[in-house]
Design a protein around this ligand. Structure first.
Ligand code: KG4
Length: 360
């Protein structure tokens, strides 16, 4: 490893504990421990998430180092997610990163979680990593040129980010209330679907009619988003149907209304995608950009991916969609962001505290 830049990255912002190793910008390992404990509550329970991170962090880091064939004495730096996210979760990753950096006397690099999601577009998996990852085999990963507009959509975030360079990006619009993923998950919960509901809605929507139940679309100025009204509209549509039929549960309603869940899912999904893409289109046009990208867990949505491709074709814009495994929370994207910051000599002090709220 003499002369090579070896970075260990740690991500613990929500309910996934992840560690990755990159050597000279090439991804060698990316280990993710997801927390099943939240499923029965229908959402992430912050206290349980912190406890699970405590249990997972040592084995996850150990596995990432072993898979990469790296000894902790060979590390050049440690990158970690400093925020935004759940504070208790972030504290576990931050404290671990600080402890290891102090013990090995190497620099610490802080990474903003949102910047990390955007950097998923620049992850460069090594041959070794691809050979161990069937989902990446034969996949041509395209890295966007700068500048581009990135739609960042996850369980906790919905932003439009103008990306000028690896270390230079600006939020041009963002949700003023709920994130898109939250709207998917909460509406899924109302329908009695398991957590997280986004992938379930994606699946059911394929068999539904998107025009069956018109739902409220937000009218927000500029490039910002809002999804709380849509959630209410979804809830009230079901409530009114239940009242009309004199039933008390969603399952009773579903037994009387054919295709209820499929049509509600399709109507919700199409409204969320129309909302997301109308602002993306407006911002990209107004700023005279010709490249659009999507990042974050919701970018796994098959209809959103297709809608991005269609929009790109229509507007003659280049479209960038990262491989599925780098869209949800993972440390590979944090490692990539950390690598560029390391090259720029952008280190962080040992007393850096995590932060919960969005900033870039
Ligand atoms: O980026 P991410 O893994 O983490 C957090 O924000 O914590 O995103 C998770 C979100 C969840 O809301 C989940 O329901 C959503 O991504 N998601 C999807 C799909 N797959 C994951 N939403 C819609 N369609 C999908 N196929």
């Amino acid at each position: 490893m003499e002369g090579k830049t070896v970075i260990l990255a740690i991500e613990s912002s929500c309910d996934d504990t992840s560690a990755a190793v990159i050597i000279d910008g090439e991804l060698m390992s990316n280990v993710i421990a997801s927390q099943k404990v939240h499923e029965e509550y229908g959402g992430v329970v912050p206290e349980l998430a912190s406890r699970a991170h405590q249990q997972n962090i040592v084995p996850v880091v150990d596995t990432a180092l072993r898979r990469a064939g790296v000894d902790s004495n060979q590390l050049s730096a440690i990158a970690f997610t400093r925020g935004p996210g759940l504070l208790g979760s972030l504290l576990v990753g931050t404290s671990f990163a600080k402890g290891l950096a102090l013990a090995k006397n190497i620099p610490l690099v802080e990474v903003n979680h949102l910047q990390g999601h955007v950097m998923a577009h620049f992850v460069h998996p090594s041959e070794q990593y691809v050979s161990q990852t069937p989902s990446l085999q034969g996949v041509d990963i395209k890295h966007p040129h700068f500048p581009f507009m990135c739609l960042l959509v996850s369980g906790g975030n919905s932003q439009l980010v103008r990306v000028e360079d690896y270390n230079k990006m600006t939020i041009v619009g963002q949700t003023i209330d709920d994130a898109a993923g939250e709207a998917f998950d909460k509406c899924a919960k109302v329908l009695g679907l398991p957590y997280p509901g986004g992938p379930w809605i994606d699946r059911l929507a394929k068999q539904g009619n998107p025009d069956k139940y018109p739902l409220a679309k937000p009218h927000i100025q500029g490039y910002d988003y809002s999804f709380s009204g849509l959630k209410t509209s979804f809830l009230y549509t079901l409530r009114d149907m239940m009242r009309e039929r004199g039933v008390l549960t969603i399952d009773e309603l579903a037994s009387q209304v054919p295709q209820l869940k499929e049509d509600m899912c399709a109507s919700l999904q199409t409204t969320i995608i129309d909302t997301l893409l109308s602002k993306l289109k407006k911002a990209t046009r107004d700023m005279h950009l010709t490249r659009i990208a999507v990042a974050g867990g919701v970018s796994a949505n098959s209809a959103l991916r297709q809608a991005m491709i269609d929009l790109g074709k229509k507007q003659q814009w280049e479209v960038f969609i990262p491989p599925f495994s780098f869209t949800t929370d993972n440390a590979a994207m944090i490692a990539q962001a950390g690598y560029y910051k390391y090259l720029a000599g952008d280190f962080c002090p040992i007393d850096a505290a995590p932060y919960a709220k969005t900033r870039l």
